[in-house]
Each structure stands twice: as C-alpha cells, then as structure tokens.
Write a protein that binds this ligand. Sequence first.
Ligand SMILES: Nc1ncnc2c1ncn2[C@@H]1O[C@H](COP(=O)(O)OP(=O)(O)OP(=O)(O)O)[C@@H](O)[C@H]1O
Length: 593
Amino acid sequence: MNRMFKELTPFIRRFRSQWGRMALGTLLGLVTVASSVGLLALSGWFISAAAYAGLSSGSAHLFNFFFPSIGVRIFAFARTLGRYGDRIVSHDATFRILEQLRVWFYGRIEPIGPGPLGGFRSGDLLSRIVSDIDALDNLYLRVIQPSVVALILAAALPLFLLPFDPWIAFVAGSGLVAAGFGIPVLSGRLGADTGSSMTARVARLRTRIVDGIQGAPDMIVFGASARYLNDLREENRKLIDDQRRMSHIRGFSGALMTLISGLTVGIVLWLGSGDVLQQWMDGPRLTLAVMATLAAFEGVVPLPAAYQFLGRTQKAAARLLEIVHTPVAVRFPAASGALPQSFDLTFEAVGFQYAADAPPALDNFSLHIPEGGRVVVLGETGAGKTTLVNLLVRFWDPTKGRILIGGRDIRSYSETDLRRLVSVVPQQPHLFNASIRDNLRIARKDASEVEMKTALAVAKLLDVVEALPEGLDTWVGEGGRELSGGQARRLSVARAVLHDAPIWVLDEATEGLDTVTEAEMTASLYRHIRGKTLIVITHRLSLWTLMRSETATGDTPGRTRHPGLQGKAVSSDIVVMLDKGRIVGKRFLDFSF
Ligand SMILES: Nc1ncnc2c1ncn2[C@@H]1O[C@H](COP(=O)(O)OP(=O)(O)OP(=O)(O)O)[C@@H](O)[C@H]1O
C-alpha cells in the first residue's frame, strides 16, 4: 500500500491545478448521492404515510400532500442536474489533468535526450505516453472523488438515522463502511497483481504490434510471419486470461456488495419492525429509514471496481516514473552568451562508454580541426565513428575529456546555439510521414520555396522532386517509405544544407547511392560548404579519395579534379583512422594513403 501511494503521489500532486474543478465535481457528486437518498427515502415515507392517512378514517383530509410531493420533485431534479453537472465538471477536470500530465511527461522526456531514450522501444514509449497516462484517469474520477463522497455519506447516514434508533444508525453505518471501504480494499488486494500484469501485457502487446508492423517486410521475406502471429496470439491469450480474472473479481465483489447491502437493509428493517411494534416508531418513518439505507449503498457501489483497477493504475504510474527518473544525459545552460569568432573544433582526450561495464566506444580521442579544416574519419564498423557525432551534438557527454568549439567547452553552449553550430547528415536519417516541404522545414521552419529548391539542387534531388506531380508537396510516407533509399538520403542532405551551420558532419552520407550519383552529390555538396569545417565519417575509402582529388593542387599527375572544387590541400585536411575507439593512424592530406 505504501509503495502504491509512493508511486501515485507525484501524479496526485500534479492534480493541484484543477482542485477547484475537482472540489466542485465532488460537491456535485455529493448532491447527486444525497438527492438519491432523499428521493427514495422521501418517496417511501410519502407513499406509506399517505397509505396510513387513508387507512385511519377521518385523518386523510389532514394529510399534507403538497410539501412531500414538492420535496420529491426537488430531489428528482437535484439528482438529475447533480449527475449531469458532476459528469461534466469531473470529466472536464480529468481531461485537463491528463492533458497537463501528457505535456509534463513529454517535457520530462525531452531533456533525457535521444541517447538514453534509445534504450526504450518506440512502441513502449508510445504506450506509456498514451495509455499509461490515460490509466491515471481512474485516480480522481473513480477513486478519489467517489471515496470522498462515500466517506461523507458513511458519516452522514448514521447521524441522520440516530434520532430514529441508535441501533439502526449503527447497523446502517457499519454496513456502509463494510461495503464502501472493506470491499474496495479487498478488491484492490485481489486485483493488484492481475491489474499490474495487465498494464505490462498491454504495453508488451503494443510494442510487439508496432515492431511487427515496422518489420513486416523482413518477416515476410524470412517466412517468420506465422511465428510472429503465434507469439502475438499467445500474448493476447494471456491478456484475456488476466481480463477474465479481473471479471471474476468484479463479479465476486459485486455479489459481496449485494449481500452486505441486503443484509444491512434486512437488519434495519428487522430492528425498525421491533420499534414499530413497540410503537417507538411509526410505519412511514421505518420506510424512510429503510429506503435511506438502501439508497446510500448506491454511493459506494462503484468503489470496488475502481480499487480493483488501482493495481493497474499504480503500474502505469510506475512505468511513467521509470522514464521521469531516467537520468538526464545532458543539461544545457539556458544561455551561452556571444558565439565564438572562430569555429575551431577540438576533441581533447575524449573517452566515452555507453555503460559502466561496456568497453570504451572512444578512448583518449584527441584531434584539433581548425575552422575550415576537413577531416575524414575512417574505421571499420563499430570503431566509434558515430559515437564521435553523438558526443559532438551532445546526445551524450564524454565520460572523459572534453570537446571545444571556438575554444569553449560545448557544454557551455545553450542547446539552440549548439544546434546552430553543427549540421549533421546522420547515418540513419529519419523522414517524417509528411510532405517533402515539411521534412525540409524540420531544418529551417521559415525556409522559402527558393531556399528549399536550392538545397534540393545541392543534394542533387531537385530534378527528381520537380518531376513529381506534386513537387515539394509529395508525401514521403512512413519513414520516407515512398522514396528510394538514395532519394531519402539526399533529402536528408538537403535538410542539412538548409540548416547550414559552420561545422558539418557527414556520417556515411552517401551510403546507398550509386557511384555516379555519389560523386555528383559529393562534388555539389563540397562546393556548397567550401570553407566550412567538415567531418566526413566513412568506412569506405572512396569518399576520402574523392576529397583528396578535389583538394589536390591540380598539378599532381593522374588525379581527378571536379569542377568548382579547386583548392589547395592544407595541413588541416586530415584522415584519421579509428579502431576500437582509438586513433590508430593520422595522415595529412598531402600524404598518400
Ligand atoms: N546506444 C548505444 N548503446 C550501447 N552501445 C552502443 C550504442 N551505440 C553504439 N554502441 C557501441 O559502441 C561502439 C561504437 O559504435 P559506433 O556506432 O560509434 O560505431 P561506428 O564506427 O559508427 O560503426 P558503424 O560504421 O557500423 O556505424 C560499438 O561497439 C557499439 O556496439
């Protein structure tokens, strides 16, 4: 129980902003239940008192029909309006809370950074942000509000019945406490494990389905679809088992509720009948007491189901807290002051491990690239090349050493400024399920049509886009599925061209392009970014060879020259060979490789 509250408390605290609406909702809930009790009690009393008046000859004309019938109408109206208002206000408060929680949760996710977040599967994250937050609606709407109403009811009913007969008050109060608190606590205990397992299973099922949809082509090719479907069926079957168990608990607590309410009303009736026989109480008052007790149970009927699903809510809260408590990999200062005058880039004995027990992905990596310098980082797969980019854009921070731009540690730049300083064509660019135009605007939201076309021209994609019937408005599909691999890659290059920072990183930017397109695009891109600092990451030599030929003096026999890329090789043009995170070779460009 303690753990449950520990996990729910951070969320309950966030309900504060809606306390006014929540209090009003609770008040309206109370009006509804009180009106139900009043309606049934008064109607019972009215009917039996009228019957009594009719039976005792001569007193019928003295019976006041007017006031009770007005009372019945008032209670009926109050109940209907109360219920309506309660639903509107409570749901409004709940949806506002969920909205705030979702924004708060996203706000907590973002600073964690793409690095640590990469450890969570996308389907799982989706499940947390959508259904786990939805599961928290149970908390106010079905647990807190009805519990407060039940608590007030359990105190008010015995007080109301006390003048009738203290024993009746005691029995009615005890019955209500047993039904309103005993059964919910029991249901909560019985449903805790299954509820928690249901949340985990739903998340697992979602993750698998998302995985399955994303990986459908591979599964079809490898004939693994049937196996996948079987796994899905098995997971689904377990979820249905959990749901069945929850239905049994719900049925059991419902039966217990009927038993306790029936017993309580029966005992009240029995005690009251004795009072009537002793003439301590008249018949209509007995009817009133019985009906009031019966109606009061209406206020506690929904509680067992809500408490039964508390385990599910708690699990959802725990899953959300897991993300909220994930250590933030990097923190950016709010402002970084004036940007540097030059954009020299220095890696100073940088070391990095993805986990404490993992081998270093980078080890004592030192490199100075003066502004305008060009570096090719060569290395086999897994050598640590992409890690270098991840550290430069601060998806992670180095575990040792530091990285400087313009002589300042990159940790001193605000996020906006750092993003302004580095343009990256990533190894696995993500294209959004949107138009080409929208995908380009990720890099610069106010880019004009002309700027977009220029960027596409630099990436050698303009002809392709212009040949499309919808041009820039062509939809690229999920992950750019409606483009070829090479087109998608060139679109990501065009994006970086629009971003156009003083430092450029190309991480296997020409992967998937044929040799001719690769040469054309690279030549065009290098022409565009001439004079900027450039890091080219590759495991292939072709890029380096091309670059060397572009920057060669031209008087070197046998070297190819690409138009517009003339320039002398300078001592800042370097090839760095990386192996297991360490620099194992460094050559200046004038050296043959
Ligand atoms: N997010 C991560 N979590 C844990 N380990 C990682 C992560 N990313 C990379 N690694 C590990 O760090 C090492 C360096 O990986 P990195 O991606 O930097 O290599 P790379 O040289 O870019 O390889 P490739 O050419 O295949 O892209 C590898 O051993 C890899 O398994």
